[in-house]
Each structure stands twice: as structure tokens, then as C-alpha cells.
Design a protein around this ligand. Sequence first.
Ligand code: ADP
Ligand code: MG
Length: 720
Amino acid sequence: MSHPARTEAVQKAASRSIRTFPRPMDAQGRPVRVSVLYGSRTFNADRMRERVPPEVFARWSDTIEHGRKLDRPVADAIAHAVKEWALENGVSHFCHWFHPMTGSTAEKHDAFLWFDKDGRPIEKFTGSMLLQSEPDASSFPSGGMRSTFEARGYTAWDPTSPMFIMESPNGRTLCIPSAFLGYHGQALDEKAPLLRSMEALSRSATKLLGLLGETVHRVTVTVGPEQEYFLIDRAYAGLRSDLVIAGRSLLGARAPKGQMLEDHYFGSIPPRVHAFMEEVELELYQLGVSAKTRHNEVAPCQFELAPIYAEANIAADHNQIVMQTLRRVALRHDFLLLLHEKPFAFVNGSGKHINWSMQDARGENLLDPGKNPQENLRFLTFLAATLLGVYRHSAVLRASIASHGNDFRLGANEAPPAIISVFLGDFLTRICDGIASGDVSVLDPGKAMIELGISRLPAIAKDNTDRNRTSPFAFTGNKFEFRAVGASASISFPTTCLNAAVADGIDQISAWAAAEGSGATAVMAAVRRALVESAPVRFDGNGYGAEWVVEAERRGLPHARNTPAALRALATDGAAALFARHGVFSHEELHSRFEVRVEQYNKKVEIEADVLRDLVDTVVLPVAIAELADARVQGEVGPAAARRYHELRARVEALDAARQALEFASHGVGEGSEADRATAFCGHVVPALSTLREACDSVEAMVSDSRWPLPRYREMLFLS
Ligand code: ADP
Ligand code: MG
């Protein structure tokens, strides 16, 4: 017999019916095609074209293409059209939807309701309401950037990201994707810097393309983030405050069946989860989010959703919409969604692979090996620039993915190590080595094509199937895959850092090429320098191996093992100079990112300590002590019972000691600077939590099933 609360949860979970939902049908009673309903809840370019005068549409397109400012009359015309469309769709409110530095999104709703001059109610929405709003910003993290007397910030519409209608059970709201700025123009959010970094990369790349003889007015960053997540039945959540508050299990003995059988990856999707995915996808399609791929992931109860890539800022907006939609729809299906990087010990955690490339205004992927020598030279140039940028700024990239949750994943033999290196595959490595080792003839691109077999690039790069799963930054045919990003993270900051790093690599190649002279040979010489300098960052071997850590340190690659250590890279002069050079972050803005991230780390650890302390004091210890009291009485029965009593007593004592050690570690953190506190949390509280967890798990393994009230791993992970 198991504990009644657990029994009830298990029964609830096992007897759930599969939720169905009304699918939109056409006149013939067939489900409406995805291509037809796609984007129906967005004010996209087509809707804009249909609903505004041609000259307004032209001005808006110009804004999108060239980043020009929208003037008031154009904004008024767009606002009017959007309002009419929204009202036709039953919308009553609008909000500027933005990305504060919390990593998620924020919104403040206003009704369209207004009164005309005669005092009659009307719906009103003007250009100025569209362009800008002023939410009270004082409770968003600013990393010390905004003093209280100028607490207000403003949100400004990002006209490149379509407005969309958010649905709630009883109404609809128009969401206006926005940036969030302080009164002196400081970026208080994640989007403004992302947009700036895209601009920076575009500036640098168009200039380098110019040196290659290609006139292109703009280069965009393309991003496709693969999102991993866990689902467990909601009945368990009510019994586990750790899952609800900390987003991960802080205790729980190992299940008899982990992922050892490796039967979950790409396995058939459980019907209840399948129904959930279908509802998520329908919502995403209506919102113009291209959910393309769905499958089971490696761990039990772990799944993945991947979209078709989009421009980086749109991809970042969409990834936030994906995370929110997953969370919302999960509840309807009686699931709890866990986006945490490591919700369960002993099985794999969740990441978010940022697939990343650059595309020119003609739609050509700059990381796509082409069909002729010119295209191949371009490919090699941008490949070398990426390698150089990643090599020089790997510490910043490591910092960009640092979080308390990700610390459990990186370097834990299931995710890339905490050392940034780049996987290229055999063929490209041979080419890069060939160019770097510098036979002069290869500086003539024509000869290099022949001597190094570069003309075979496209075929071979496409077929680069032996992709290295242990690399944090892998080339996968025509794009890079930044695989070290955490599942719950916003993709904005890592993408911003990557864009800035690569823009920097590109500028260096341009400068070297200009110093060499002009034409393809000069560029080739610069490419060679970049490949020579960045050689240490290239690594195709096993990133999980202990030897790699030794080798990487010998190569001088930075290795920050935890978040506080990694974040220090944001507080260096080198990082400040990088971001200032490219106009992405001012010194003050960068420092605020450092502060906010350190503070978040501290809060997360503190919350975990509180939750586990509470669980131990109110559940684990009382249960353990009751069990021990019984065991003592039973101990009289004979040698087996006596042995059990002594063993249990030892474990309960260890638990009590670990509990006190956590208290001691928490007290030791003190009131110093956030950075000092982070070092103390990381050095003392995190290890104390993990010791306490082991003590809990060893007690759980001995307590009678009828007494243990917390849903067990084997229940949560296998019965949904
Ligand atoms: P995997 O085998 O790693 O799942 P996929 O081919 O499914 O790889 O692609 C993963 C992601 O990469 C998808 O989101 C896809 O849209 C994205 N992607 C493909 N090409 C590009 C590109 N040029 N730029 C950015 N992302 C891309
Ligand atoms: Mg992938």
C-alpha cells in the first residue's frame, strides 16, 4: 500500500481522458489546412497591405527594409487599420508586449475604451498609442541602471515583428511586440540590444561582402531555436512544492528505470501528449509561429518542438510565445510543463539549440557552401569570421548561457562542457588546416578550390551527418548550432552576444584584408590569419571526455565551471570594449546585465534552499522520525529488523546533519555585494543542497511506501 495522497495522484494521472478540442473546419466540414489558418491571429504583411493605403504600406515596408523611423501620420493610419481588424476579431484591449531582463515577457493591458467629446463611449487607438507606452517600470530589474526618481521607462513598437492577438478564456488582447527603454534611451530589456546586434552584424557583413565584390545592402541573422521540455501529470505537482516553486525536483530517489533502455528518443509519442502537441501547434499556427518538428526526447517525459528558422528578433519573440503556449495549453491537458534545464536528476536535462546563420538581402545563406568559386570563397570567409569571433569572445558566449539551471547540465555528460569550442567535421577541418598551414598557392582562391577540394564543399557539408552531439557550437551543413543554451533561457541574450562576437570577427577580417591590398587574394590572406589564430577553438573530439578539459585548458580556452565564474566575463574591459565597438551595449547597459544575472542566480539558489529546507522540516524529517520510532520497536523482532533500525538511524542522522549544514551555509552567505554572495551561494549553498538531497534520497529508499507522501520519480516519470 502506498501513501493515500500518492495513491490518489497516481490514480488520477492514470485515469485521465485525452482532451480533444474543436478544430477549425471549412465549409465542407474538413479541417482547415494549416497554410490557410496560418497567421490568422497576426497583423502580418498581407493584412497590412490589405488594410492600409498603398503609400502607408510602402512607408512601413521601407521602415522594415531600411530601419527608417515611422512618422506620425503613417503610424496613425496603421493604428486605425489594426484597431478595426482587432475589433472585428473581438479584441477589447491592447498591450505593449516586451522582454524585460527577467528572461520572460511582460505586458500591461489598456482597453480601447475612450470617450468622445460628447462623453459617449468609443474605441480609440492612435499612432502614438501604437508607437509607445509608459508602463511603470520600477519593478522590473534594471541592474542599477534606473534610479527611483526616473523610474518610468517606455516601450516602443518593433514594427518588424507582427502584432498578434492573444486569447484568454473570455476575451482577446492585441499584443504589440516592443522594446523597453529608459528615458535616456538605455535598453532595459532583451530586445533592444538584440536588434542593435543584428544591425551591427549587418553593417560588418555588408562591408566584408563589398570587399568580396558583392554589393548587398543588408544582412540578416537567421535563428531556429529547438525547444526541449518535460511534461508530468499535474496531480503530482500539488504534492511537490519543489516542482511548482523551483521548477525542478530538489529531492527524489532514483527510479528503477532511468533512460537506460534508451527507448524514449524518437519513440512513438504518448497519445495524451500527442493531443497536447496538436493543440499547441494549432495555437502557434494561428499566431504565425512555424511549429515544424515534434518528437520525444532522450529522457522519459521529455519532448521537443522546433520551428522553421526566422529572423533573430522574430525567432526570439516566437520562442517566448512557444514557451508561454506550451505552459498554458499544458494546464488544459492536466500537465505541468517544466522548462527547467534539469528538472530530474539521473536523466537528461533540457536545452535549447540555437541554430544560427547569416543571410544576405538576396536570400543567400552566407554559411552555405556554394556552387562556384566565388560563393565558396564567401562561405570560407564567413566561416573563418565566425570561428575568429567565437574564439576571441568565447568567455562572453559562455557567460551568455550561464544560469543556475544550466549549471546542472553543462559538463554533466549529457550536454556540452562549459568550454566553448567549435565542431566542423573532418572535411572542413582538412580545408581549414590546409589554408592555415599556408601553402602560398592556396591564397589564390582558384587554385585552393582545386588543391583543397573546396569545390566538393556543398555536397560534403550537406552530408555532414556525423554531427558531434558533444560540441557546444557545431557546424551542421549550412548553419551553426549553439547547443549549450538552457531550455528556459530567452534566446535573445546569447544571440546578441553571438552576433556581436561574429561582427567583431568579420571586422577583423575586413581590416586584415584591407591591409593586404584588394580582391580575393587579400581576403584569402585574411581568412588564413583568422584560421591560424582561431585554431585552438576547433575541436571535433569527444566533448564529454575528461581529457578534453585538460587539453582545452592547455590550449588556453576559458573554462568557467559555474555561473558566478562565467558571468565575470561580462564585467571585463574586453567585453565592454566589444559591445561598445559594435554599439550593442553601453558600459552601463552591460554592467546592468551582469548585475541582473548575478542577482537572479542568487535568488534562484536562495529559493531552492528555502523550498528544500521547508520540505525537509515539514515532510521528510517528520516521516523519517516516525519511521525510525516504528523501526526501533520492530527492531526487537530479530536481527533483520535490528539491522534495518540501525541503518535507518544512521541515514536519519545524516539527514539531520545535512539539514544543519545547509542552515550554516545559508547563514554564511552574508550581506556583501551580489557578486560576493553569488560566490558563497555557489561554493557553499549549492553543494549543501546537493548533500541534503542525497540524504533525503537515502531516507526515501528506506521509508515504508505507505508513509512516503511525495510522488516518486518512478511515478512522475513513467505513469503519465
Ligand atoms: P536537427 O537535426 O538538429 O534537429 P534540423 O535540420 O531539424 O536539425 O534543423 C534544426 C533547426 O535549424 C530548425 O529550427 C531549422 O529551421 C533551423 N535552421 C535550418 N536552416 C537554418 C539557417 N540557415 N539559419 C538558422 N536556422 C536554421
Ligand atoms: Mg539540432
